[in-house]
Design a protein around this ligand. Structure first.
Ligand SMILES: C[S@@+](CC[C@H](N)C(=O)[O-])C[C@H]1O[C@@H](n2cnc3c(N)ncnc32)[C@H](O)[C@@H]1O
Length: 195
Protein backbone atom coordinates (compact mmCIF):
# COMPACT_ATOMS: atom_id res chain seq x y z
CA UNK A 1 0.00 0.00 0.00
CA UNK A 2 1.39 3.44 -0.92
CA UNK A 3 2.12 6.10 1.69
CA UNK A 4 -0.66 8.20 0.17
CA UNK A 5 -3.30 5.45 0.50
CA UNK A 6 -2.12 4.73 4.00
CA UNK A 7 -2.36 8.41 4.92
CA UNK A 8 -5.94 8.79 3.63
CA UNK A 9 -7.00 5.52 5.25
CA UNK A 10 -5.88 6.90 8.60
CA UNK A 11 -7.06 10.47 7.90
CA UNK A 12 -10.58 9.63 6.63
CA UNK A 13 -12.23 10.16 10.03
CA UNK A 14 -10.77 13.69 10.35
CA UNK A 15 -11.34 14.76 6.73
CA UNK A 16 -14.64 16.59 7.52
CA UNK A 17 -12.54 19.16 9.45
CA UNK A 18 -10.54 19.97 6.28
CA UNK A 19 -13.72 19.93 4.25
CA UNK A 20 -15.13 22.87 6.24
CA UNK A 21 -12.55 25.11 4.50
CA UNK A 22 -13.17 23.59 1.07
CA UNK A 23 -16.98 23.86 1.10
CA UNK A 24 -17.35 27.43 -0.29
CA UNK A 25 -15.04 26.65 -3.23
CA UNK A 26 -16.84 23.42 -3.97
CA UNK A 27 -20.18 25.24 -4.06
CA UNK A 28 -18.87 27.47 -6.88
CA UNK A 29 -17.19 24.50 -8.60
CA UNK A 30 -20.40 22.50 -8.71
CA UNK A 31 -22.38 25.53 -9.92
CA UNK A 32 -20.03 25.52 -12.93
CA UNK A 33 -20.33 21.76 -13.40
CA UNK A 34 -24.11 21.83 -13.21
CA UNK A 35 -24.25 24.36 -16.06
CA UNK A 36 -22.63 21.84 -18.41
CA UNK A 37 -24.84 19.69 -20.66
CA UNK A 38 -25.84 16.23 -19.50
CA UNK A 39 -23.19 13.53 -19.99
CA UNK A 40 -21.01 10.85 -18.42
CA UNK A 41 -18.80 12.27 -15.69
CA UNK A 42 -15.86 10.60 -13.94
CA UNK A 43 -14.72 12.03 -10.61
CA UNK A 44 -11.25 10.90 -9.57
CA UNK A 45 -10.41 10.92 -5.85
CA UNK A 46 -13.96 11.43 -4.56
CA UNK A 47 -12.71 11.47 -0.96
CA UNK A 48 -15.56 11.02 1.53
CA UNK A 49 -18.17 12.00 -1.06
CA UNK A 50 -19.80 14.59 1.19
CA UNK A 51 -20.25 16.78 -1.91
CA UNK A 52 -22.20 14.19 -3.94
CA UNK A 53 -25.51 15.96 -3.26
CA UNK A 54 -24.17 18.97 -5.21
CA UNK A 55 -24.29 17.04 -8.51
CA UNK A 56 -27.60 17.78 -10.22
CA UNK A 57 -27.81 16.11 -13.59
CA UNK A 58 -24.79 14.13 -14.74
CA UNK A 59 -24.28 10.38 -14.80
CA UNK A 60 -21.55 9.98 -12.19
CA UNK A 61 -18.81 7.39 -11.83
CA UNK A 62 -16.50 7.99 -8.88
CA UNK A 63 -13.20 6.40 -8.01
CA UNK A 64 -11.05 6.60 -4.90
CA UNK A 65 -7.75 4.97 -3.97
CA UNK A 66 -8.33 4.87 -0.20
CA UNK A 67 -10.73 2.18 1.01
CA UNK A 68 -11.55 4.14 4.19
CA UNK A 69 -12.50 7.26 2.23
CA UNK A 70 -14.45 5.15 -0.26
CA UNK A 71 -16.45 3.43 2.48
CA UNK A 72 -17.60 6.80 3.79
CA UNK A 73 -18.31 8.00 0.23
CA UNK A 74 -20.60 5.00 -0.31
CA UNK A 75 -22.83 6.28 2.49
CA UNK A 76 -23.21 9.62 0.67
CA UNK A 77 -23.84 8.10 -2.76
CA UNK A 78 -27.37 8.10 -4.13
CA UNK A 79 -28.46 5.49 -6.69
CA UNK A 80 -27.14 7.45 -9.68
CA UNK A 81 -23.49 7.33 -8.49
CA UNK A 82 -21.31 4.30 -9.25
CA UNK A 83 -18.21 3.97 -7.07
CA UNK A 84 -15.03 1.91 -7.46
CA UNK A 85 -11.77 1.57 -5.57
CA UNK A 86 -9.20 2.44 -8.23
CA UNK A 87 -6.02 4.39 -8.84
CA UNK A 88 -6.60 7.41 -11.07
CA UNK A 89 -3.13 6.91 -12.49
CA UNK A 90 -4.13 3.47 -13.82
CA UNK A 91 -7.76 3.81 -14.84
CA UNK A 92 -9.53 0.61 -15.86
CA UNK A 93 -11.99 2.45 -18.15
CA UNK A 94 -11.93 2.34 -21.94
CA UNK A 95 -10.48 5.24 -23.92
CA UNK A 96 -12.90 8.00 -24.99
CA UNK A 97 -15.60 6.94 -22.53
CA UNK A 98 -16.40 10.11 -20.53
CA UNK A 99 -17.70 13.58 -21.38
CA UNK A 100 -16.22 15.08 -18.22
CA UNK A 101 -13.47 14.27 -15.73
CA UNK A 102 -13.45 16.06 -12.36
CA UNK A 103 -10.42 16.54 -10.09
CA UNK A 104 -11.34 18.33 -6.87
CA UNK A 105 -8.26 18.90 -4.71
CA UNK A 106 -6.59 15.79 -6.11
CA UNK A 107 -3.98 16.97 -8.61
CA UNK A 108 -1.55 18.28 -5.97
CA UNK A 109 -2.09 15.15 -3.87
CA UNK A 110 -1.59 12.49 -6.57
CA UNK A 111 1.80 10.81 -6.44
CA UNK A 112 2.33 11.02 -10.20
CA UNK A 113 0.28 13.96 -11.53
CA UNK A 114 1.75 13.43 -15.02
CA UNK A 115 0.28 9.91 -15.18
CA UNK A 116 -3.01 11.15 -13.71
CA UNK A 117 -3.47 13.83 -16.38
CA UNK A 118 -2.51 11.38 -19.15
CA UNK A 119 -5.22 9.02 -17.89
CA UNK A 120 -7.76 11.87 -17.76
CA UNK A 121 -6.89 12.63 -21.38
CA UNK A 122 -7.19 8.98 -22.43
CA UNK A 123 -10.64 8.35 -20.93
CA UNK A 124 -12.13 11.66 -22.11
CA UNK A 125 -13.95 11.82 -25.43
CA UNK A 126 -12.66 14.35 -27.96
CA UNK A 127 -14.21 17.65 -26.96
CA UNK A 128 -14.62 16.31 -23.41
CA UNK A 129 -13.81 18.59 -20.50
CA UNK A 130 -11.38 18.26 -17.62
CA UNK A 131 -12.53 20.25 -14.58
CA UNK A 132 -9.98 21.02 -11.91
CA UNK A 133 -10.44 22.68 -8.53
CA UNK A 134 -7.17 23.20 -6.69
CA UNK A 135 -4.77 25.61 -5.06
CA UNK A 136 -2.19 27.09 -7.44
CA UNK A 137 0.92 28.72 -6.01
CA UNK A 138 0.58 32.41 -6.94
CA UNK A 139 3.33 34.90 -7.63
CA UNK A 140 2.68 36.89 -4.45
CA UNK A 141 3.44 36.55 -0.71
CA UNK A 142 1.52 33.28 -0.59
CA UNK A 143 4.33 31.54 -2.46
CA UNK A 144 6.43 31.85 0.73
CA UNK A 145 3.68 30.11 2.72
CA UNK A 146 3.56 27.35 0.10
CA UNK A 147 7.35 27.03 0.20
CA UNK A 148 7.36 26.61 3.99
CA UNK A 149 4.57 24.04 3.97
CA UNK A 150 6.23 22.19 1.14
CA UNK A 151 8.89 21.10 3.63
CA UNK A 152 6.15 18.98 5.27
CA UNK A 153 4.99 17.38 1.99
CA UNK A 154 5.81 13.92 3.30
CA UNK A 155 3.75 14.45 6.45
CA UNK A 156 0.57 15.63 4.71
CA UNK A 157 0.96 13.88 1.35
CA UNK A 158 0.37 17.22 -0.37
CA UNK A 159 2.48 19.37 -2.69
CA UNK A 160 1.74 22.81 -1.29
CA UNK A 161 4.10 24.36 -3.86
CA UNK A 162 2.13 23.61 -6.98
CA UNK A 163 2.55 24.90 -10.54
CA UNK A 164 0.28 23.25 -13.09
CA UNK A 165 2.58 24.12 -15.99
CA UNK A 166 5.15 21.71 -14.56
CA UNK A 167 2.80 18.92 -15.68
CA UNK A 168 3.69 18.39 -19.36
CA UNK A 169 0.55 16.36 -20.10
CA UNK A 170 -1.63 19.41 -19.42
CA UNK A 171 -0.46 20.74 -22.82
CA UNK A 172 -2.62 18.07 -24.45
CA UNK A 173 -5.66 20.13 -23.40
CA UNK A 174 -6.87 23.52 -24.58
CA UNK A 175 -7.71 25.98 -21.79
CA UNK A 176 -11.39 26.95 -21.94
CA UNK A 177 -12.11 28.81 -18.71
CA UNK A 178 -10.31 29.90 -15.55
CA UNK A 179 -12.04 31.24 -12.46
CA UNK A 180 -9.92 32.67 -9.65
CA UNK A 181 -11.70 32.27 -6.33
CA UNK A 182 -11.67 34.85 -3.57
CA UNK A 183 -9.79 35.56 -1.40
CA UNK A 184 -6.34 36.01 -2.99
CA UNK A 185 -7.09 33.89 -6.08
CA UNK A 186 -5.14 31.07 -4.39
CA UNK A 187 -7.80 28.55 -5.35
CA UNK A 188 -8.91 28.30 -8.96
CA UNK A 189 -11.32 26.42 -11.14
CA UNK A 190 -9.89 25.37 -14.49
CA UNK A 191 -11.87 24.02 -17.41
CA UNK A 192 -9.75 22.38 -20.12
CA UNK A 193 -10.85 20.69 -23.33
CA UNK A 194 -9.47 17.56 -25.01
CA UNK A 195 -9.02 18.58 -28.65
C1 LIG B 1 -7.63 16.24 -0.62
S1 LIG B 1 -8.64 14.82 -0.88
C2 LIG B 1 -9.96 15.52 -1.88
C3 LIG B 1 -11.21 14.70 -1.78
C4 LIG B 1 -12.39 15.27 -2.56
N1 LIG B 1 -12.15 15.22 -3.98
C5 LIG B 1 -12.69 16.66 -2.11
O1 LIG B 1 -12.63 17.59 -2.91
O2 LIG B 1 -13.01 16.80 -0.92
C6 LIG B 1 -7.73 13.90 -2.08
C7 LIG B 1 -8.37 12.54 -2.35
O3 LIG B 1 -7.81 12.03 -3.55
C8 LIG B 1 -7.52 10.65 -3.36
N2 LIG B 1 -6.47 10.28 -4.33
C9 LIG B 1 -5.22 10.76 -4.39
N3 LIG B 1 -4.55 10.21 -5.41
C10 LIG B 1 -5.41 9.38 -6.02
C11 LIG B 1 -5.33 8.52 -7.14
N4 LIG B 1 -4.18 8.39 -7.83
N5 LIG B 1 -6.39 7.80 -7.49
C12 LIG B 1 -7.55 7.90 -6.79
N6 LIG B 1 -7.71 8.68 -5.71
C13 LIG B 1 -6.66 9.42 -5.33
C14 LIG B 1 -7.09 10.56 -1.90
O4 LIG B 1 -7.18 9.25 -1.40
C15 LIG B 1 -8.07 11.53 -1.24
O5 LIG B 1 -9.26 10.90 -0.85
Amino acid sequence: MSALTNFYNRFAFFYPLVDIFLKPQKKKFFQEINQLPHGKLLEIGVGNGSHFHLYQKHQITGIEISSAMLNIAKKHAAGNIELFQMNGEELAFEADSFDYVVLSHVIAVAQHPEKLILQCHRVLKTGGKLLILNHFTPNNWLKYVDRSFNLCTGLFQLKSLFYINNIKAIERFKPKKEIALKPCAYFKILMLVKS
